[in-house]
Write a protein that binds this ligand. Structure first.
Ligand code: SF4
Length: 146
């Protein structure tokens, strides 16, 4: 119990994030890059970008899931340590947006990930693209739910 509380406290103070663009138009990816670079500089709040899902606490997902990246996304998700958390960045990741009914798309990321992990937890940040401030707010809201 004590270990869990220490872990949760550490996670809330310094979440490490892994970014996955699953085939959107890339504008959301640019807004995520804005969060991580000096103008918004989320590292000052302890939010740090990592290069592997194995090291990540939170996955930032932009875009709908194309058929080509469906399995890769599911594998990256299962590589993350528990609790597995994600922020859906942009309307395409939240509800498919402009890609609804596209032949090349498998579905929204939450649906694709729940197939392999029913306990997955998500927060949705709509917008096309959402502002960096709202992406940061999404991460904070997700951690607040722990
Ligand atoms: S939400 Fe808008 S900006 Fe983001 S990937 Fe979709 S179309 Fe592009």
């Amino acid at each position: 119990m004590l270990t869990k509380s220490i872990f949760t406290r550490a996670l809330k103070r310094s979440p490490w994030v892994f970014h996955v663009g699953t085939s959107g138009c890339n504008n959301c990816d640019i807004e995520i890059a804005d969060c991580l670079t000096p103008r918004f500089d989320v590292e000052r709040f302890g939010i740090k970008l990592v290069g592997s899902p194995r090291h990540a606490d939170v996955m930032l997902i932009s875009g709908p899931v194309s058929r080509a990246c469906r399995e890769v996304l599911q594998q990256a998700w299962l590589d993350m340590p528990q609790p597995r958390l994600a922020v859906m960045v942009g309307v395409c990741a939240c509800s498919m947006g402009a890609y609804k009914d596209a032949y090349s798309v498998s579905g929204p990321p939450d649906k694709v990930l729940r197939e392999v992990d029913p306990d997955a937890r998500f927060v949705y940040v709509p917008g096309c693209p959402p502002k960096p401030e709202t992406i940061v707010m999404g991460i904070v809201k997700l951690l607040g739910s722990l």
